[in-house]
Write a protein of this length. Sequence first.
Length: 746
Amino acid sequence: MKFNKIAPVLLVLSVFIFLKQASAQDGIDRKVDSVLSKMTLAEKVGQMNQYNGDWEATGPVTKAVGDKLAEIKQGKVGAVLNIMGSAHTKMFQDAAMQSRLKIPLLFGQDVIHGYRITFPIPLAEASSWNPDAIERAERIAATEASASGINWTFAPMVDIARDPRWGRVMEGAGEDPYLGSLIAAARVHGFQGRSLGSIDAVMACAKHFAAYGAAIGGRDYNSVDMSLHSLWEVYLPPFKAAAEAGAATFMNSFNDLNGTPATGNTYLQREVLKKIWNFKGFVVSDWGSIGEMIPHGYAKDNYQAAEIAVKAGNDMDMESHSYIENLEKLVNDGKVSISLIDESIRRILRKKFEMGLFDDPYRFINPAREKSLLNLPASQTEARSMAQKSIVLLKNSNQLLPLSKDLKTVAVIGPLAKAKKEQKGFWSLDIEPNEDITSVIEALKKTAPKTQFVFQKGCNIDDQSRAGFADAVEAAKTADVVVMAMGEAPDMTGEAKSKANIHLPGVQEDLIKAVIATGKPVVVLLMAGRPMIFNWTADNANAILYTWWLGSQGGNAIADVLYGAYNPSGKLPITFPRTEGQIPIYYNHLNTGRPAANDKDVFYKSAYIDLPNSPRFAFGYGLSYTTFDYIDNEPTASSARIKDNGSLQISFTLKNTGKYAGEETIQLYIRQMVSQPLRPVKELKDFKKVFLQPGESRKVTFTVSRDMLYFYNDSLQYVTQPGDFQVMIGSASDDIRLKRAFELSN
Ligand code: BGC
């Protein structure tokens, strides 16, 4: 009844909103056309050209600032990157305002995990399995960046990564297409806020399109060789989610995909992105990637590289100089049609209009806003909460954690115990003063003032010296508990930071052995940008927290978790291998014709004879200080069935059986038992976070619906196939607590 009354109102309202948006868009299109009609070919090419600022970032500075400003005044530049802060951005926008058509510049920046305040690295944030919190984090990053003149971030990186050797694994959301897609959308919404054009919104840039994370051997920039089926099933979903969330821009990638560099890839950029997904934004190259088609061996020179890139749908050239030096000639030589150039210009100018830059080129350049919006206490609180949620408890024998504040002496040992700015990890901006960051040891002292903390470094991160071992062991002997802060250096993950050996570096594991030999209870904190290998520690330490790089609030968040102010809730978004020989290793693999039943089942099975198949820590794994029971009070209905667009409900009771209040991330996986082509042994399709007090129970209900069962078939059609399925619900991909069978029929 109620619905019947509201429905017509809702209909009129949505038609009104649709018409309003459509007419705004029409208005922008008219404005774009009007500017376009005044532009010379040289000015058009200028809009497609992006230069780096005056500091080296991921490539060399190629021109003096003075030369760049002169070119901006001549209308030869459409965007710049690595120019931050209102004074600096103003200087560049002033130059653009001296050009004939006064087309405002875009200011791009790698705002990857925070701007003034550094949030946890993206892979750490993904461990929270909390898209809402991630969206809030990006909202803060966007608010800070946009108050400093930035209007475009080169994020989110939504590359699926199944190879922890790849240094850029730290920048993404891990290995899973479903979790990765939710997080991709959350990040885009966070950056772009209510809408592009809001004063606190920056344009998002989904990167690196596509399949960059599948570089062979985990070596950065390397070739990618994969079936289109895997591309669509595993690597494209987060990009599709980012496009659907309204990402204003896309960045292509350095790798070649099956022999064609992504930058020159018409299938990816024109067919998939712009046609099938109907993407209306623009595509920027990666740094120099148009010119890199020459060393790839795909283009003879920059003239040919520019021709290939523009025809393939690459709208803006970041730092190759290929467009600015060749596009005019390519048009004049009849090799590139002016309609292609006009299409790119329309895409670029439309975004500049949507951002409100034509109304006020200085709207993001406002020293007063910059002063008032950066580093707000509420934002720091959010960063601390995000950092707490990002920590994963890997082990907690005999409930060693949380620690008591009444301990007399705690030894704090390790090369990262006093780390401050290191905690920010790779891809952080150098805006925050070092002194503003609390180290682990400082945070512990603040949290437990009655305890005496004894520090020994013990060793460096990555050399062979054991000179500090003896002192560290002595300190451990005096303590009730030892906390060891170990890990990688922050620049051991990130761009061009691939590693063949991902073991805990240097002699750190030997130091852990020496300290554990004292018999004292030992908590190991592992800080890193990637999954590391640390088998001895995993077997022998009493407790392990994988903290990744947690950003500005890292020390505080670690102390919160160590002392139980926050009960850890993180779950791994990526599989941790036992050793490099297992890589690539991921949970959602296909079955073979000879699957091993368990780690010992190796007789002519798809297995290693010298290593178990199972990972060290599985996707979705992560402990809490409390324990959860999954009580199956509704035994399997044998005839469960989904018909047409129907759905199926699965309920059970979750009970907190431990002593602490805590949050469980309940994961729902599905397997199609028989299908052509093959489907993975399990795929994450949903999850719920449930917070329970000690002893509390709650009924949890999942709905399994047909839209969870779609996949790309051999002809890349998105279909469902009738047949038998299994639903698996559990605490990790390798810790399934409930199973249900059902059938899908048409
Ligand atoms: C990276 C991009 C980044 C760009 C600009 C490149 O080297 O691959 O992810 O956005 O540099 O800094």
